[in-house]
Ligand binder design. Structure first.
Ligand code: UDP
Length: 380
């Protein structure tokens, strides 16, 4: 079989490349138009503070998928970091996601789990049926006062849409707990790559059969081979861009990250502080040193404030926007891909237009390799 071309060196592309090279023994070229591998999970070191930072905002690896955990731990060890998030609302700090600690702190009470459930049941009484959107889902789970204090403003800033227009699935990412467990994630496996995401991606792509070409776009490759790559293409970029927005643009949210080195050793005492109030222009502040409590403290710190906005022009797409229009437009692109480019496999958060985490992206790549790519290779 000819060399395979993989467009994009994020998790979907890197895992697919590793499987093709190591499992199938097929040579692969991985291209990325950026100057680094790793997609949005890439990390770098800040020489001024000695702090490793996640270039595209916090990435915390967590999974319940045993296959993904056993696969990825072949390429990196993880530290013992357990993510917890705090959120500032109207001048007070609460633990996120909503737990018994949040409820008691917000209401100024010391309720037991059953008493808290009873309180929230009353606060949520306005909704009885099946929640039809993010707002209804949140109110049905936590009641209106907590929704208005901790969810509404953050969600409007994150998505620039009324929470009534957004899918309930977005808020279902967050658990609601009637315990004092304040961990952000509930998965059995969690941590940050011990030597960083850069080292993890370098390991995934280190094989002799994998050629990595940075600062190289798909258009560059097409120009070199007369408009059509002679072999299998796995495309992990945005599907609407692939078709030059022929059916219209899919909406993406992007993030502006404003970097700062405050003159102190510890700015906020935690990795992520959310800001729930609508009049605070950013959604959260990341302080990266907290992701590595096992490292010795450099006495300096690096933070970034996160400002979400609609992606335009050359902005990096980060989050697909789950609205009716996009839910209809994406399948239209998939149909176009089947009709015009059946030899191209689309995948990843961008190619699949799916709000998925790193572990789900790896799971999707492993599944795509097994179910789509291997049969294709065998048929050739
Ligand atoms: N969310 C919120 N308040 C918070 C944190 C999250 O309202 O303090 C909502 C918001 O709508 C967000 C969604 O929950 O888009 C999912 O949050 P998550 O932390 O999973 O988002 P990510 O880290 O992927 O940006």
């Amino acid at each position: 079989m000819n060399r395979v071309l993989i467009v994009g060196a994020g998790f979907f592309g890197a895992v697919t490349a590793e499987r093709l090279a190591v499992d199938a023994g097929i040579p692969v070229t991985v291209i990325d138009r950026r100057s680094h591998i790793g997609g949005n999970s890439w990390s770098e070191w800040d020489s001024e503070t000695g702090v490793e930072f996640h270039k595209y905002g916090s990435h915390i690896f967590h999974t319940s998928n045993a296959e993904v955990w056993s696969y990825i731990t072949r390429f990196t060890d993880f530290n013992q970091y357990r993510h917890s998030v705090w959120t500032t609302s109207r001048g007070k700090v609460y633990p996120m996601p909503i737990s018994l600690a949040t409820i008691n702190s917000y209401y100024g009470k010391n309720l037991s789990p059953d008493q808290a459930k009873e309180l929230i049941r009353k606060e949520a009484a306005e909704f009885t049926g099946e929640p039809a959107n993010l707002e209804e889902k949140a109110i049905s789970q936590i009641g209106r006062p907590l929704y208005e204090a901790l969810i509404r403003g953050y969600t409007i800033k994150q998505w620039a849409k009324s929470p009534r227009e957004l899918s309930a699935a977005i808020i279902s990412r967050l658990p609601v707990r009637y315990t004092y467990d304040t961990r952000y994630f509930s998965d059995p496996h969690e941590g940050i790559p011990l030597r960083g995401y850069a080292a993890l991606f370098t390991n995934l792509l280190k094989y002799e059969k994998i050629e990595v070409r940075l600062n190289t776009s798909y258009a560059d490759i097409l120009a070199q081979c007369g408009g059509r790559f002679p072999g299998l293409v796995v495309y992990t970029g945005a599907i609407d861009e692939f078709f030059q927005y022929r059916l219209g643009r899919l909406d993406w949210r992007t993030l502006d990250l404003e970097w700062d080195r405050p003159n102190c050793a510890d700015y906020q005492g935690t990795a992520v502080m959310n800001y729930a109030d609508e009049d605070v222009p950013y959604t959260r502040i990341h302080e990266f040193k907290h992701y590595h409590p096992e490292r010795s403290d450099t006495g300096k710190t690096l933070i970034c404030r996160e400002y979400p906005h609609a992606a335009k022009g050359n902005d990096e797409p980060f989050y697909p926007v789950d609205t009716q229009r996009n839910r209809e437009l994406y399948p239209a692109y998939v149909a176009l891909a089947r009709a015009e480019s059946p030899e191209i496999i689309f995948g990843g958060r961008l190619g699949g237009y799916k709000y998925i985490d790193m572990d789900a992206t790896i799971a999707a790549a492993l599944e795509c390799y097994r179910n789509n790519i291997v049969p294709l290779i065998q048929s050739l």
